[in-house]
Each structure stands twice: as C-alpha cells, then as structure tokens.
Design a protein around this ligand. Structure first.
Ligand SMILES: Nc1ncnc2c1ncn2[C@@H]1O[C@H](COP(=O)(O)OP(=O)(O)OP(=O)(O)O)[C@@H](O)[C@H]1O
Ligand SMILES: [Mg+2]
Length: 235
C-alpha cells in the first residue's frame, strides 16, 4: 500500500525533560519532489530531520517510509547531510568518499560520479581541512549521494555557500527528482526554497503551522511571519 508519499511523519513528538521541542508534527513528502521545511532558529527542523535520518529517537509518533513503519534498514535508501558533514580533515575529498564507499561496498566509479554531481572534481590531493565551507558542504552532499538514495535529507544546505554556490546547489537539487531522488530540505529563509520546493511545511516552536503546495502567487512571506507570530504567542 502506498499513497504516493515516500515519507510521512505522524504526530512526531520530541521532548527533553519538560520541554517539548516537536509537538505532533505530521509532514507528507511526495515521491520525486522537493519538500522545503521552513522555520526560524530553534523551530525543530534539525530535530525532525535527525529523527528521520536515525540520529535521534522520537518520544512519540511515527515515521512512515514508503508506506511502512520506518526501520533502521530504510537508512540504505536515505542519504543525509545534517548540520556538519562527518569529514576527515587529514584526507582528500576522494579519500573521504573512499572510506564510505568501502563500508557500503559500492563500485569505485561511484566516487567520480558523485564528485561530478557536486562539482568537486578538481581538488586532487588537497586535504579537507584546507577546504572552504562551500567545498565541505559539497563534499557532504557527495557523501550523502554515494549510496544512490531515494530520499536525500539536507539540513540548511546553503549554509556557508556563496551566491554562485547557492545557485548551483539549487540547480543540483532541482535536477534530483527526475533522477528518482526525493529531496527533503530545511531552511530558515523562505527565499531559499521559493521556486525550488514543490511543497512546503512551516514549523515554528515545534508545531507545524502550515503544509501545502508551493504556489508562487501565494504570499508566503506573510504566512511565514504570521505562523511564527502565532506560535510565539501561544507558547
Ligand atoms: N539535547 C537537547 N536538550 C534540550 N533541548 C534541545 C536539545 N537539542 C535541541 N534542543 C532544543 O530543541 C529545539 C529545536 O532545535 P532544532 O535544532 O531542531 O532547531 P532548528 O529548527 O534546527 O534551528 P536552527 O535553525 O537554529 O538550526 C531548540 O529549542 C533546542 O534548544
Ligand atoms: Mg537546525
């Protein structure tokens, strides 16, 4: 049974002692689309993405992957870049990818393929500790793509990128759905997901205040501000 969603969360809740940082969040990510999870600092974006990527456990609620209750085995189909990429500073880009490629048992060619996708083919022996922020970010995405995931989770992927890097990343992300890769990304800026996301969710203070198709004629800026204000008042 599948309703066209590659991923859903059902009343996902995360509590730390007395504070509820996610409160019954239900998102619906359609297969082969880009979903933008928007919200201000501390809204609960990374917490949501970490639960889906298996880095955190929810207090209650469920994650449904491809119509079934999420299990750790689903992680073979999920690539993620959340907060900082786990990189070895003393290794080159290729060597970093080689470590994970070996663990996953993938073919050698895949390394050049992902380097090509993220535009990082010319860094040679340069050690990652000498990479710029943007280069590290690209390498993090390359790592997340190694396994040919069906679902790619990117937490604030434009962090540290220059305007050209942001534009290139947008084009890269936009090209994924037609290659069978669904993208779930987070941002605190509406402008970053505009014209890129098919659907958006707006989260504030742990509550999903809006979810729907992105339509360029909608005044999302006003909606975004209103949701953030409403949640701030009710908390
Ligand atoms: N280990 C923890 N213990 C207690 N509270 C935590 C813990 N980790 C996160 N939080 C709280 O959970 C809330 C949501 O954090 P989260 O990192 O998901 O926000 P975010 O939307 O990703 O924000 P940002 O845009 O700043 O990255 C915050 O209020 C944060 O302080
Ligand atoms: Mg975050």
């Amino acid at each position: 049974m599948n309703n066209g969603y590659i991923l859903e969360t059902k009343q996902l809740t995360k509590k730390y002692k007395k504070s509820t940082v996610l409160n019954s969040v239900s998102i619906h990510v359609r297969k082969n689309t880009v979903y933008g999870l928007l919200g201000p600092n501390g809204a609960g974006k990374s917490t949501t993405l970490k639960i889906i990527a298996g880095l955190l456990k929810q207090t209650s609620g469920e994650v449904i992957f491809n119509g079934n209750k999420w299990t750790r085995n689903d992680l073979i189909h999920i690539g993620s870049l959340i907060e900082n990429a786990p990189l070895y500073g003393n290794l080159s880009a290729e060597e970093n990818l080689e470590v994970i490629r070996t663990i996953l048992g993938l073919s050698k060619e895949r390394i050049q393929e992902v380097l090509q996708i993220v535009g990082l083919t010319n860094t040679g022996n340069k050690k990652v500790m000498n990479f710029s922020m943007g280069m590290k970010q690209r390498l993090g995405i390359a790592l997340a793509l190694l396994n040919r995931p069906n679902l790619l989770i990117l937490d604030e992927p434009t962090n540290g990128l220059d305007p050209i890097g942001i534009q290139e990343l947008r084009e890269m992300i936009a090209s994924f759905p037609k290659q069978g890769v669904t993208v779930l990304l987070s941002s605190h800026l509406l402008s970053e997901v505009e014209h890129l996301a098919d659907d958006i969710g707006i989260i504030s203070n742990g509550v999903l205040g809006y979810e729907g198709k992105y339509r360029s004629e909608d005044n999302l800026e006003a909606l975004f501000t209103e949701i953030i204000r409403t949640q701030a008042v009710s908390s």
